[in-house]
Ligand binder design. Structure first.
Ligand SMILES: [Zn+2]
Length: 314
């Protein structure tokens, strides 16, 4: 299986969305009337939460008149099979007014598993944009206020002497399954939920290739030297603004020296991992993450068995 197919299996990827720049421009200028009855339009809070109905779906927006919404609050994500996909950012006052006994604000991490995959992907896309807008309301060059443009895909400085344009930013991060003689390296940070373990990950720094970042992060976090690595797949990860770049890697040795970042790290054979999960000694990362997908593929390749026994233990 190639990386295109591996990435397509990751959550929040492969959206059936036309991201036409011309369309964004037209929507941003208010030149397109949106038929809300035929649109996929949903609310997202300034904190990136989704309004979820009691049945589990996104609460639909049927008309802009429901809210006092201006262009600054519209995120025009694209079109899908002719259907407009829009997210409306609501402020804290609107957030409270929209919640009821039948619909609540829920973080994407919790909501995603109950949504159709494409809808979860739209929500992830909107969450990343909301985070970026919230933190780029002022110009980084002159300090003046910025304005939203292109249907939510650009901000421009309001100071006519400056006019700096800014575009949504992503933070690239590597995530890597390191193996040594059939055993996988897992670690945990002290701040994580109790007994949660994961493969290693870290942000790419300026002046690094992905492979440079991978070697540095694994060495810093665990003391392990990586001798080979291969790209696996990628995943948008809007918590808050990452693009996860997944790799597998081979370690030169199994001696561990973990320091400040990890509270604990250890090597696990497939059988040791299964036993540790079944006994409750460790908990694996959530199913949404690329971390879990790397572990699934490794487990199935090494055992020839389904990874369901690992992620859905009886
Ligand atoms: Zn400026």
């Amino acid at each position: 299986m190639g990386s295109e197919l591996r990435s397509a299996r990751n959550w929040f990827t492969g959206l059936p969305l036309d991201r036409s720049a011309d369309w964004r421009e037209s929507v941003g200028r208010g030149e397109i009337d949106v038929d809300f009855g035929a649109a996929c339009c949903f609310y997202i809070s300034a904190r990136g939460e989704l309004l979820i109905e009691a049945g589990g779906g996104l609460a639909p927006v049927t008309t802009l008149a429901e809210l006092d919404v201006d262009a600054e609050q519209r995120l025009s994500l694209g079109t899908s099979a002719g259907q407009v996909v829009l997210a409306l950012i609501v402020d804290n006052h609107q957030r409270e007014a929209l919640a009821s006994a039948h619909r609540n604000w829920v973080d994407l991490r919790l909501a995603a598993l109950s949504l159709p995959p494409a809808t979860a992907g739209y929500a992830a896309y909107a969450r990343a944009l909301v985070h970026w807008h919230q933190r780029h309301r002022y110009c980084g060059q002159c300090g003046a206020a910025t304005r939203i443009e292109l249907g939510g895909h650009r901000r421009r400085c309001s100071n006519s002497d400056c006019g700096l344009e800014q575009f949504p930013r992503l933070d690239p991060a590597i995530i890597v399954l390191v193996e040594h003689q059939g055993r996988v390296l897992l670690g945990r940070q002290a701040s994580w939920p109790a007994r949660r373990y994961s493969v290693l990950a870290g942000f790419v720094e300026p002046g690094e290739s992905l492979e440079d970042a991978l070697r540095r992060e694994v060495l810093e976090e665990s003391g392990v030297t990586v001798v080979e690595c291969d790209y696996h797949s990628s995943q948008p990860w809007p918590f808050p603004a990452s693009l996860m770049l997944g790799f597998t890697a081979r370690a030169e040795h199994d001696e561990l020296h973990y320091g400040d970042e990890l509270e604990h790290a250890a090597w696990f054979s497939p059988e040791q991992l299964l036993a540790a999960v079944r006994s409750g000694e460790i908990r694996l990362p959530p199913g949404l993450s690329l971390s879990s997908r790397l572990l699934e593929d490794w487990y199935e390749a090494r055992t020839g068995r389904s990874s369901d026994e690992l992620f859905q233990p009886t």
